[in-house]
Ligand binder design. Sequence first.
Ligand code: SF4
Length: 379
Amino acid sequence: MKKIGLYIHVPFCVRKCYYCDFVSFPHHGDKVRAYLAGLERELELYHHLLTTVKISTIYLGGGTPSCLSPAELAVLFALLDRHIKREHCLEMTMECNPGTISRAKLQAMKAVGVNRVSLGVQALQDEHLARLGRTHKLAEVYQSYEMIRRAGFKNVNIDLMFALPYQTLKEWETTLTGIMDLEPEHISLYNLVFEKGTQFYHWQRDKRLPPIDEELDLAMYQLALDLLPLAGYRQYEISSFAPRGLECRHNLTYWYNEPYLGLGPGAHSSSGKVRWANAGSLEEYLAALQGGRKPVVEREELSVELQRAETIILGLRLKEGLGRQSFRERFQGDICSIYAKSMAKLQGQGLLKVTPRRVSLTAKGLLFANQVFLEFLPG
Ligand code: SF4
């Protein structure tokens, strides 16, 4: 039986953060009800697949799933109970934001099988949180974290962001050490990107925000690489740190380029050979489902070249890199022969390390990963 990761997108937030380009809408009771009805139809349309695969991980992401009311969460969890077999599920994560959880919600999460909580902290300074348009304050970070622990969750990830406007290296250090003191099981960190269409993108274009200082951005990343291992957080992926055995299994599905199914507005899916995406507009998503159709708006059959490139790019995100044997088995050829020229160039630049078993980024390659990835994309 095939193994897949299941992602469910819950596209509601208290309000939109200024830098956000995810599919998310302000929480509104009628819209949530319509979404939940749509999601049930989508689950029914995937009934055959969902009952003939092993679901090894489930990830409830968003949006902010925890901003649903207890009654709305009860409906969502009842859907999971009715439609998703969880006997093979090793990890079930739910994304939460500080200030949007309660004891009742956490208990309901436990009851449905959530065993990993991902908390979107981002920064430990009220000034930065406000500038990002986040709805929480520092005090709520600590309150929510404590509530999660009290509810008995033993696997918690904290999401952080760096290279924020006006953020100093010292402030970033304070955030990192403050989070390390909390001792979550996993830490993820991302540098701020001014994505097109976001409020931040317009503000930067209008010079209301300073451009990203690339040197400082690199220095902040380097600081995380230096500090986190001191507290036992092993970097196992470009943005992910955890002691051995506490890696995010769901995200490993993506990095190993294994199949996953995404449900909900804007969710993406991949079988490895074909990938598809749902409509990001709630109206379009619901209209398709009301008409009895899957809400898929993009579908792409991947050429072998693209499958290979994606497997390499995703695999190189991992610190251990890509196994040459598994690559050979999947693509009937050795990575070092197929990409001889690019590999020689990247090795010469000190960005790539090649051993008889694996290909991985060097310490320098980690800092310039995007440059490495470009080399593998079909021309
Ligand atoms: S909480 Fe997350 S998904 Fe929601 S608006 Fe902010 S960044 Fe976007």
